[in-house]
Ligand binder design. Structure first.
Ligand SMILES: Nc1ncnc2c1ncn2[C@@H]1O[C@H](COP(=O)(O)OP(=O)(O)OP(=O)(O)O)[C@@H](O)[C@H]1O
Ligand SMILES: [Mg+2]
Length: 334
């Protein structure tokens, strides 16, 4: 299968709240190529989940305004009427949710939730759908899948629920999967198993994956490309190795410096000093400026996402200057 790409163009997500509008995603553009796994990274509140939910048409239209476009192959994912969005969610796009309890129906057994999806999408009869469902439950590392098939979500531990939810999300074989922190609640062995499974679905079965995570270790292990988000803006895009080896935006560099490390048991998490601008404000210029040591007068002007080379884009004036350097942790104000 040739496979399709996702092209997100000038996506914006604005929540209307009583206190004013909250811009969670601002003019975001990026791609998820065919058979590629792309890591969407950023601090808490940077707009990762808001981006993912927009791609699945899951924001409440009465309180949220979505702008821009997101095409998967020939299909526009944004602005669809509810029924069309629903159809798309069952066939083209799937999502692993950050919170498994929001995705599983507490009144249905795990088995029913996975096998019903299979029945609808593959037209299998009940017995064959059950067999396939048990196979998928085993594939996501659920011990005793036939026994767990009959269990309700509340009868499973958090980690097992997470795996059941992953099974439900991949059961309909989406061509584009948005996986929002899919392995955060899982121990390292299961985490590796799930990531390997996602990678296999991507490379062997042609599923494109947008992997939302704040874990750069996970990104380095499985993602082809990285999209770094700050305060709702995409600030850096590139192939994983290039971005992790040589981040060109000071925010991405600092995200890397704030990774918890396992090579020293008493190592402290190095948080990024300063605050993310509020989603309700309309700041101008580089949004990272107040936290950046390299900030200069020119950073008060609007910064565009500039293409440095094929697939490599950065929203920072320093990255396009002739004496450009890669940034280290020192780029961020104390
Ligand atoms: N339904 C909502 N109504 C109003 N504001 C919201 C809503 N959902 C999210 N936000 C705000 O939008 C911004 C982005 O939130 P989002 O959930 O996308 O962040 P995130 O990058 O996924 O963070 P995390 O890593 O904690 O999951 C935050 O400021 C958040 O408070
Ligand atoms: Mg989130």
């Amino acid at each position: 299968m040739a496979g399709e790409s996702l092209t997100v163009d000038h996506l914006s997500v604005v929540f209307q709240a009583r206190g004013g509008n909250h811009a969670a995603v601002r003019d975001a553009s990026f791609e998820v190529g065919s058979r590629r796994m792309v890591g969407l990274v950023g601090e808490s509140g940077s707009g990762k989940t808001a981006t993912g939910l927009a791609l699945l048409g899951l924001h409440d239209p009465s309180t949220t305004t979505i702008g821009g476009s997101a095409r998967f192959g020939e299909t526009e994912l944004l602005g669809l009427p509810p029924q069309a969005a629903n159809r798309l969610r069952g066939s083209i796009v799937g999502m692993i949710f950050q919170d498994p309890m929001t995705a599983l129906n507490p009144l249905l057994t795990i088995g029913t939730q996975v096998s019903e999806t299979i029945r609808i999408h593959e037209g299998l009869d009940r017995r064959n759908a059950r067999e396939r469902a048990i196979e998928i439950l085993a594939r996501v590392g659920l011990p005793d899948p036939a026994g767990r098939y009959r269990r309700y979500p509340h009868e499973l531990s958090g980690g097992l629920r997470q795996r059941a939810m992953i099974a439900a999300a991949i059961a309909c074989r989406p061509r584009l999967l948005v996986a929002d922190e899919p392995t955060t609640a899982l121990d390292l062995t299961i985490q590796a198993q799930i990531l390997t499974l996602l990678r296999t679905l991507c490379v062997d079965e042609g599923m494109s994956v947008l992997l939302i995570t704040h874990d750069l270790g996970v990104v380095g292990a499985v993602c082809d490309d990285v999209v770094s988000m700050y305060a709702g803006e995409v600030v850096e895009i590139g192939p994983t190795k290039e971005v992790l080896d040589r981040p060109r935006h000071p925010y991405t560099a600092r995200l890397m410096a704030s990774r918890p490390r396992i090579d020293g048991w008493d190592e402290r998490l190095d948080v990024i000093p300063g605050r993310v601008p509020s989603a309700s404000s309309s700041p101008t210029g580089c949004l990272f400026r107040p936290r950046c040591r390299q900030a200069r007068e020119v950073c008060e002007e609007t910064q565009e996402l500039v293409t440095l080379s094929a697939g490599r884009r950065v929203r920072c004036i320093r990255a396009v200057e002739p004496d450009q350097v890669s940034f280290g942790a020192a780029a961020v104000a104390p």
